[in-house]
Design a binder for this molecule. Structure first.
Ligand SMILES: Cc1cc2nc3c(=O)[nH]c(=O)nc-3n(C[C@H](O)[C@H](O)[C@H](O)COP(=O)(O)OP(=O)(O)OC[C@H]3O[C@@H](n4cnc5c(N)ncnc54)[C@H](O)[C@@H]3O)c2cc1C
Length: 483
């Protein structure tokens, strides 16, 4: 790519310009792929957060203290310039003018584009709690959101003076924040409006097991309860109960950041609606990827679809003809002493259910199987099979009659400890490392040094060891069937 020296008004004649709005996890993967493919494009990335892109999914590890904030950076600042990519950071895009094909920045600069990519991510959803927001529209000083490095820094700064905290929202993010605060020695109450924790991913039986595990770690859970009012005394619940605390963290969901797209007249439902080329259905020069995009009525909120979309769009921008067909999601909780993984949509997927719960040990496993293929799964308390299960799920492997039962019962299936994952299976979701890259390393120290796998949530450590142990074994052929 040709280096660009300044923001210019007016069209460039020979090289198509691509402007990416947002410098988050989808945007950086897109740009990396474009650089790798030597795309004939003049690329400008505009992000409102300061500095280069960072790994957002490790923010809770930073909050917990298990990961240094300095190591979240996905690229150095110099990388952009060295690769001919202009980065405009710390500045918001305020408006898209589709007629003129320019974007207006909040500081009144204007950047022209031939093609535009929306990668604006999500914004925290604020539940209707009186007193949460001050008269000038800002969050009350004791209230924190948790989506960005700035949020994380602000929360860390508040911790030394905090003895008690209330976390509002018991989804994946709420659980991560509650656990992180607990690890930091803060007493935590967790308020969830649904009948149980992680309600958008798991059912009541799993929710019951999870609640016991969370409470065993010292966090009080208030399910089926709404926070209604924040006062000087504390947070009033709809049960009439008052939770006193020094700080309040809102983790009650997120919604796609679509205000820019809406004001530009693009078709937006929950997210910016795209087709299977990841092009908006309203404007063939504008694409959307990541959390802000909606494909076939679904938005994602997870990094793996964002990265899959980024890779596919990069290929298409370089002349490829790939088409997006949706992504399969593996959601994993990143919190010390809480092992939770959800594959697909276990509550919303039709199929035969194979399920086993042991509340005494805090373990629960569920598979949803249709035509012999794992369609969705939940693992709580023991993730030793997550590598194998993810492989079966991703590859749509057809299982024998007894295999689903073997997979979720205590006894390990024969040969599981040595199963060889194919090279392209992602093992470390935190930093995006495949089995092939791990297999290319001589040992764990080299894996850590070369790929940084296992240095995030650490949840992949067992699978990494398994892949290393199988270094000399050729990947087993896996029977895959279409969807
Ligand atoms: C604390 C936390 C933990 C998470 N953990 C996991 C996890 O374990 N696993 C998982 O799969 N997913 C996780 N997620 C979700 C994951 O981070 C997102 O799915 C992923 O970041 C999506 O990438 P994106 O590029 O679409 O959005 P983002 O990474 O959010 O990037 C969007 C960027 O665009 C910027 N932006 C928005 N509007 C504008 C504008 N007008 N002008 C300029 N810039 C703009 C935003 O400020 C942001 O920097 C987590 C999210 C959070 C917050």
């Amino acid at each position: 790519m040709r280096a660009m020296t300044a923001v210019k008004v007016g069209r460039r004649e020979h090289v198509e310009s691509l402007v990416v709005i947002g410098n988050g996890m989808a945007a950086i993967r897109l740009v990396e792929e474009l650089v790798r493919r030597k795309a004939p494009l003049q690329v400008t990335v505009i992000g409102d957060e300061p500095g280069p892109a960072y790994n957002r999914i490790l923010l809770s590890a930073v909050l917990e203290g298990s990961h240094p904030a300095t190591e979240l950076r996905l690229k150095d600042l110099g990388w952009y310039a060295e690769n001919g990519v202009e980065l405009i950071s710390g500045t918001r895009v305020a408006r898209i003018d589709r007629g003129e094909r320019v974007v207006w920045l909040a500081d009144e600069r204007v950047v022209p584009y031939d093609r535009l990519v929306l990668a604006t991510g999500s914004v925290a959803a604020l539940p209707p709690i009186r007193g949460l927001v001050t008269a000038d529209g800002e969050l009350s000083p004791r209230v924190h959101a948790f989506r960005s490095m700035a949020d994380c820094t602000a929360l860390l700064a508040a911790l030394p003076a905090a003895r008690r905290a209330v976390v509002v929202g018991g989804g994946l993010l709420g659980l991560q924040v509650a656990r992180a605060l607990g690890v930091r020695g803060v007493e935590v109450d967790l308020v969830e409006a649904a009948p149980h924790l992680l309600a958008s991913h798991i059912g009541q039986p799993a929710g019951t097991v999870l609640r016991r595990s969370v409470e065993a770690l010292g966090c009080e859970v208030y399910p089926e309860t709404r926070a209604v009012k924040l006062t000087d005394e504390g947070l009033r619940l709809d049960t009439g109960y008052l939770l006193r605390a020094d700080l309040f963290v809102i983790t009650a969901g997120a919604r796609p950041a679509t205000s820019l797209a809406i004001s530009a007249g693009l078709f937006v439902r929950r997210g910016v609606v795209v087709d299977d080329t990841l092009t908006t259905v309203s404007d063939e020069r504008i694409h959307a990827i990541g959390d802000c995009a909606e494909y076939r009525g679904r938005t994602s909120g997870f990094v793996s679809p964002a990265w899959e979309q980024a890779g596919l769009l990069a290929a298409r921008l370089c002349g490829g003809s790939e088409r997006y067909e949706g992504s399969r999601v593996v959601a994993r909780l990143r919190a010390s002493d809480l092992e939770v993984a959800v594959l697909g949509d276990p509550e919303g997927t039709a199929g035969d259910v194979v399920e086993v719960a042991n509340p005494v040990r805090g373990s629960y496993r569920k598979l949803v199987v249709r035509d012999g293929v794992v369609q969705a799964a939940v693992l709580l308390g023991d993730l030793s099979r997550i590598g194998l299960l993810t492989q079966l799920y991703d590859r749509r492997t057809v299982l024998g009659e007894g295999e689903p039962g073997q997979l979720i019962l205590g006894k390990r299936p024969p040969g599981e400890g040595t199963v060889t994952l194919p090279d392209d299976v992602e093992v470390c979701a935190c930093v995006g490392v495949s089995a092939g890259r791990i297999r290319a390393c001589a040992g764990l120290a080299e894996v850590v040094g070369q790929t940084r796998a296992t240095t995030g949530c650490g949840g992949c450590a067992g699978t990494v060891r398994m892949v290393l142990a199988s270094r000399r074994v050729r990947p087993a052929p896996v029977a895959a069937v279409g969807q």
